[in-house]
Write a protein that binds this ligand. Structure first.
Ligand code: PEP
Ligand code: MG
Length: 539
């Protein structure tokens, strides 16, 4: 028996045969060619064929897995159509008189390295995409077949890392679990596993050997352990873990449909955080009391121009209608810092987390803000909407925001477009400044939602993107807990409600504290909802 230790990124246990995803990862051999132009033509032909394949995959995946998963294929298509990419490949062919496969391989390595070096997380993720799309072109050049993924018997898939197009091509009914050598809890494989509700372990490093292919393995997606050919004693222990996990799921199921009422009779709404309408299935599945945070910036990312009012309106309306009268809090654009879109043409900043981001951009570009507000107010006629503004630090910002909201309402009225006049306006409390003056801010809005992710980074001066300072990030730091308490108390003094939508909301070791200070709402990833309801109800 061999035991490997990685990072558990999707809870649950699975056992089965390990199947290594084989792709031709070998470096492409370099061959001198006499006719470079013929080689460029070969490359262009393969590139064209790849674009056609990707367009087909886009349509198929959209039908199978929804718009968001399919967008990856559009990104891949754009990469292949990118002139820099083509110029790099063709220059290598022409300058070095070499074969197309080699030139594509070299270009992929260069671009992937360049993306990896970038500060922006979104661009970092593109490193896997450029390798993925280049492999597709190489397969077409060499005439290799696409490997069918996850065909045959249900199995545990092992890979160096799973590329986005590979996760989308997997036959979901045949995949018991993923394990990968690289990746992190935010890698595609991890996110995909959580969405599919299957266990996953990433970051196994060099301990994940191809010779394990075909062996029996047992994976614990919670502890991050992978047992290769477990002996009888380990098997018995692992079966017991599986039974415990199943029993825990059944236990949690009993809280579905129940209101989270504290022993002193206070109802806490346990809501979901979402990034796109495709997350609604998980929201319904977890039986959320509402949506406490819809991160609308995802509508603005991964595209090359501002999303039109009409598209935004349809998305917001879809979410409101699906929630059928339950509260939906949509946060206005929170772009900048780690979330960048080129077409915003934001200046390069030394310190982007403290730079031009979120509400600061919206107030600096009122036309962009107005478009979003018009879409939100129009959608408000179809459900119970709360509009929430991120990164507030002062009362004057809130007054300016309210002024713009009032103007938008006037415009819609004049145009005879219906909207809900009772839309609640709230702010995120995610800067220490906002928490400290929460008594003043509470007079201006209908609710607060505490963004503990940013509140932690700004209070403790710990960059949330920087793994090197992780050890300084005490998520239960007394300063943070005091700011949370102050914010909730000030909200209640002013007669408004206060929730928490940062990751801390799902930290069940703090649920008692949240109950004690009278938090009204906790909003979290859908998968954590039942656990929190159980913590509140089971005493
Ligand atoms: C937060 O800062 O806690 C929050 C919920 O917002 P985001 O994580 O999107 O910055
Ligand atoms: Mg935030």
């Amino acid at each position: 028996m061999t035991v490997l230790q990685g990072e558990g990124v999707s809870r649950g246990v699975a056992s089965g045969k390990l199947r290594f995803l084989r792709r031709d990862a070998r470096a492409q051999p370099r061959r001198q060619v006499a006719d470079a132009e013929a080689e460029v033509a070969r490359f262009d032909k393969a590139r064209g064929e790849a674009v056609v394949q990707l367009a087909k995959l886009y349509v198929e995946t959209k039908a199978k897995l929804g718009e968001e998963k399919s967008l990856l294929f559009q990104i891949h298509q754009m990469m292949l159509e990118d002139l820099d990419y083509r110029d790099t490949v063709t220059s290598i062919i022409r300058n070095q008189h070499v074969n197309a496969e080699y030139a594509v391989d070299q270009t992929a390595a260069q671009f992937s390295e360049m993306f990896t070096q970038m500060d922006d997380d979104y661009m970092k993720e593109r490193a896997a995409d450029v390798l993925d799309v280049s492999r597709r072109v190489i397969r077409l050049l060499t005439g290799q077949e696409d490997e069918e993924l996850g065909g045959g018997e249900p199995c545990i898939i092992a890979a160096d890392d799973l590329a986005p197009s590979e996760t989308a091509r997997l036959d979901q009914s045949k995949v018991l679990c993923f394990i990968t050598a690289r990746g992190s809890s935010n890698s595609h494989a991890a996110i995909f596993a959580r969405t599919m509700g299957i266990p996953a372990v990433v970051g196994l490093g060099d301990s994940l050997l191809e010779e394990f292919d075909g062996r029996d393995v047992f994976v614990d997606g919670g502890s991050g352990e992978v047992f290769v050919e477990p002996d009888s004693q380990a098997t018995a222990e692992l079966e017991a873990r599986r039974d415990k996990e199943t029993a825990h799921r059944h236990y949690l199921d009993a809280f579905r449909g129940r209101e989270a009422i504290t022993p002193d009779g206070h109802r806490i709404l346990v809501c979901a955080n979402i990034g796109a309408p495709k997350d609604l299935e998980a929201v319904q599945d977890a039986d959320a009391d509402g949506i406490g945070l819809f991160r609308s910036e995802f509508l603005y990312l991964g595209r090359d121009n501002y999303p039109p009012e009409e598209d935004q309106y349809r998305t917001y309306r879809q979410v409101l209608e699906a929630m059928d009268g339950r509260m939906v809090v949509i946060r206005t654009l929170d772009i900048g810092a780690d979330k960048q879109a080129d077409y915003f043409e934001l200046p390069k900043e030394e310190n982007p987390a403290m730079g031009l981001r979120a509400i600061r951009i919206c107030l600096a570009r009122p036309e962009v803000f107005r478009t979003q507000l018009r879409a939100l107010y129009r959608a408000s006629a179809y459900g119970k909407l709360g509009i929430m503004f991120p990164m507030i630090t002062s009362v004057s910002e809130v007054l300016r925001v309210k002024e713009i909201c009032a103007q938008v309402q006037e415009e819609l009225k004049a145009e005879g477009i219906p909207f809900d006049v009772k839309v609640e306006l709230g702010i995120m409390i995610e800067t220490p400044a906002a928490a400290v003056i929460s008594d003043l801010l509470a007079k201006e809005v209908n609710f607060f939602s505490i963004g503990t992710n940013d509140l932690t980074q700004y209070t403790l001066a710990v960059d949330r993107q920087n793994a090197q300072v992780e050890s300084f990030c005490d998520r239960h730091h007394e300063a943070l807990l005091r700011l949370i308490r102050t914010t909730v108390e000030n909200a209640h003094r002013a007669g408004i409600w206060a929730g928490i939508c940062g990751e801390l909301a799902a930290d069940t070791t703090l649920t008692d504290f949240f109950m004690e200070i009278g938090v009204d709402e906790l909003s979290m990833t859908p998968g954590a909802i039942l656990e929190t309801k159980a913590k509140i109800l089971d005493r």
